[in-house]
Design a protein around this ligand. Structure first.
Ligand code: ATR
Length: 288
């Protein structure tokens, strides 16, 4: 009996729709195996009307944690017992813990994962820096909150739909009064005017994913020391990063955000230091 109990695995899953593409099971199961931890991570595809019911049955079904992906990151916020400060500010969660008293807590590790990858992979500290975003969607919100908490100097958001960039700025300039906010439409003239004072340019949009579309930005206007970062990790080297490399600019790829958001989630579930190199190796096996 004792033997049986010790081999029972605690359940962790990623929920979303779709979830078939997710690399998180591969990355997390490799980490659990390496540390000999009794967890098993799986993918669960849910429909919209199954979400509330799924959360109601979380405790009964013996889950120890969750990752949440599109389209449930915002809706799930309202289905947990407690929220981290970061998740409250972002307005979305990507990680859930269920403690032994059955308390369900929501976190968002996307923005902090992005920040950790900047620090750990390219030793870039965004404090007092001028940052430019391309895109104003959910990923932009998470990264915005994390970087503003690290006291960046200025954030300029360029978005195809200018009004969405405006709304994002108006919402967060009240919450981060020390950061300067600006918004623009995605026009070459406006980009060229902002680039010369930019320290870090981040594509937070989905442009470039699976080689579809590409951002043709006037990168020649960036200073030589600027960093060009892309959160898209499929392919690892997007057209944006290739163009930046041609101009000898330093680049930062999207794999880092994927890895570190997962590493932070691993830490929340297990209270153990994540085996980063094993998790990265598991991702590199399947990412060209
Ligand atoms: P996520 O939650 O992954 O960030 P999202 O909320 O759908 O996804 O946001 C996607 C972002 O990519 C948006 O800023 C979107 O611009 P719009 O607000 O104008 O829709 C941007 N985006 C997507 N496709 C784009 C394209 N072909 N050109 C420019 N921007 C694009």
């Amino acid at each position: 009996m004792k033997n049986k109990i010790s081999t029972i695995k605690k359940k962790i899953a990623i929920i979303g729709n779709p979830v078939s593409h997710s690399l998180s099971p591969r990355m997390q199961n490799a980490a659990f195996k390496a540390l000999k931890l009794p967890y098993r991570y799986s993918k669960i595809e849910l429909s919209e009307n199954e979400l509330v019911f799924f959360f109601k049955l979380l405790k009964k079904n013996n889950f120890a944690g969750l990752n949440i992906t599109i389209p449930f990151k915002e809706k799930s916020l309202h289905l947990v017992d407690q929220l981290s400060d970061e998740a409250k500010l972002i307005g979305a969660i990507n990680t859930v813990t269920i403690d032994k008293n059955g308390i369900v807590k929501g976190f968002n590790t996307d923005g902090e994962g992005y920040f950790q990858s900047l620090i750990q992979e390219i030793k870039f500290n965004p404090k007092n820096k001028n940052i430019v975003f391309i895109g104003a969607g959910g990923a932009a919100r998470a990264i915005l909150v994390s970087l503003c908490r690290k006291r960046i100097k200025k954030l300029t958001i360029f978005n195809r739909t200018k009004n969405k960039a405006k709304q994002l700025c108006q919402e967060f300039e009240k919450k981060f009064p020390k950061v300067k906010f600006a918004y623009e439409s995605l026009e070459d003239k406006r980009l060229a005017a902002t680039f010369p004072t930019t320290d870090l340019l981040i594509n937070t949009s989905s442009v470039g994913l699976k080689g579809k579309d590409s951002l043709n930005l006037p990168l020649t206007f960036l200073p030589k020391k600027a960093i060009v970062s892309d959160i898209v990790y499929r392919p690892r080297k997007t057209d944006l990063l290739k163009s930046a490399e041609k101009l000898k600019l330093k680049t930062h790829e999207g794999l880092g955000m994927l890895l570190h958001q997962g590493a932070l989630a691993f830490q929340l579930w297990t209270q153990k230091a994540p085996p980063l190199s094993i998790m990265k190796k598991a991702l590199l096996k399947v990412l060209p």
